[in-house]
Design a protein around this ligand. Structure first.
Ligand code: NAD
Length: 424
């Protein structure tokens, strides 16, 4: 199947501005003083490295790599490494701050970071990517560390790259240090339950929100945008809990069945069809835009950023939005969603199940012990439910949306810790 480009979005926002506008509103609601506001808005450390790599044809190509530590006030910083041609320092800074708030919302002892290399991994051989990953690790060996800064996969990277990163770092240290990175293959100390962790957290958040809104999950209809890691596991787990997933989508289009889509079948079809749903027969094809405006109880955007915008927010009929993706709602669409009375379980809360299980991977590595999937799931469900309750109560206390409440919870935790620790 030909690669399908997503439709252009007219009022796409800079992710940094999007994050900062909510950060500002929450800081004001919290009454954060200007001094601490200024501390929290600036990244603690930004590193840019150039990485000369010998390519397979013998030529030498120089790649740009970045690592931004937004905050290490709560503990070692945590965040993924992205391999993509669009990688730039502004985006890495925004994503690093996002990680700070996400870790603080779920109350895990991490700060936030993000890294990236400007490259096109789809046009590089496995050997070239391996050399690039090892060079990046060596260049940043003094930044990384299980007690300093812990990378993880992001767009364009996965368990394979994390294994190389762990190996390169371990060689420098002269011993195996598997806790320096998460998202590793299971045999190298990866955690059971990591693959489904984000979708599972979306499910826990959706059920908790449905309970508050008095939506019976057994009668609920749900539309899920994006059928990758997050969207497909969220769909499967919500279906298992009795809800009807009436629409799913990916870059090939959207698929609708009022009776409920058989998610196991859809996953099996996708897996045999190059990862796409094109031609899936268990549903009628509709447009991606139609999926967003269906009459459903719950909408789960789990594809990409800025899909709910000022252009379509007014047409959304769901009572509840549970954000599986990072930044699916443009900041300037927040007001429209709030006015319509739609409740949003925001990204920094709803998709934090992934970083929670990454934290468990690090904990297991440091213990030198392996937890069962059952233990991982039970503990991550508890963390997600507690975080949801904290954010919900904060939204009532401050009379703000769940999104602003999530930022309030996070900023409050980081700023209090900063004040206790003190500065120079
Ligand atoms: P993925 O690459 O596995 O899947 C993305 C899916 O979205 C694919 O099915 C793709 O076809 C579809 N898609 C992309 N653009 C679309 C569009 N415009 N309309 C409809 N479908 C579209 O990615 P993923 O890991 O599932 O991540 C999805 C989102 O969740 C991203 O925003 C990511 O940053 C966020 N997220 C992922 C994790 C994780 O653990 N994987 C954790 C936190 C947040």
């Amino acid at each position: 199947m030909a690669y399908i480009e997503p439709a252009p979005i007219k009022d796409r926002e800079n992710p940094f501005e999007s994050m900062m506008s909510r950060f500002k509103i929450a800081s004001q609601a919290l009454g954060l003083d200007d001094e601490v506001y200024n501390v929290l808005k600036s990244p603690a450390k930004q590193v840019a490295v150039s990485l000369p790599i010998t390519m397979d044809d013998g030529s030498i190509q120089v790649f740009e790599g970045f690592r931004v530590i937004h905050s290490n006030i709560l503990g070692p910083s945590k965040g993924g490494v992205r391999y993509d041609l669009s990688v730039n320092i502004d985006e890495v800074k925004a994503l690093a701050a996002w990680m700070t708030w996400k870790c603080a919302v779920v109350d895990i002892p991490y700060g936030g970071a993000k890294g990236g290399i400007k490259c096109n991994p789809r046009q590089m051989s496995s050997g070239e990517i391996e050399r690039l990953t090892r060079a990046y690790t060596v260049a940043l060996a003094e930044i990384f560390g299980p007690d300093r800064d812990i990378p993880a996969p992001d767009m364009g990277t996965g368990p394979r790259e994390m294994a190389w990163l762990m190996d390169a770092y371990s060689r420098i240290q002269g011993m195996t240090v598997n806790s320096v990175v998460t998202g590793k293959p299971l045999v190298l100390g990866g955690s059971l339950g990591r693959a489904e962790a984000t979708g599972r957290g979306v499910m826990v958040s959706a059920l908790a929100a449905m309970e508050k809104l008095k939506i019976n999950p057994y009668q609920a209809s749900i539309a899920v945008q994006g059928f990758g890691n997050v969207g497909s596991y969220a769909s499967l787990l919500l279906e298992e809990r009795g809800s009807r997933i009436i629409a799913i989508s990916d870059l090939s289009g959207a698929y609708y069945n009022e009776e409920g889509i058989d998610i196991e079948k859809a996953i099996a079809y996708r897996d045999q069809n190059n990862g796409h749903l094109e031609g899936f027969e268990g549903a009628e094809k509709i447009s991606g835009e139609e999926l967003l405006t269906l009459s459903v109880d719950v909408l789960v955007p789990a594809a990409t950023e800025d899909v709910i915008t000022t252009e379509n927010a007014d047409k959304i009929k769901a009572r509840l939005i549970v954000e599986g993706a990072n930044g699916p709602t443009a900041a300037n669409a927040d007001a429209i969603i709030n006015e319509k009375g739609i409740v949003v379980a925001p990204d920094i809360l709803a998709n934090a199940g992934g970083v929670t299980v990454s934290y468990f991977e690090w904990v297991q590595n440091r213990l030198g012990y392996k937890w069962t999937a059952e233990r991982v799931n039970r503990r991550s469900d508890r963390i997600m439910k507690d975080a949801f309750d904290r954010v919900y109560e904060t939204s009532i206390e401050y009379k703000v949306s769940m999104r602003i409440a999530a930022y309030i919870v996070a900023i409050d935790k980081v700023s209090k810790t900063y004040k206790f620790r003190g500065g120079f």
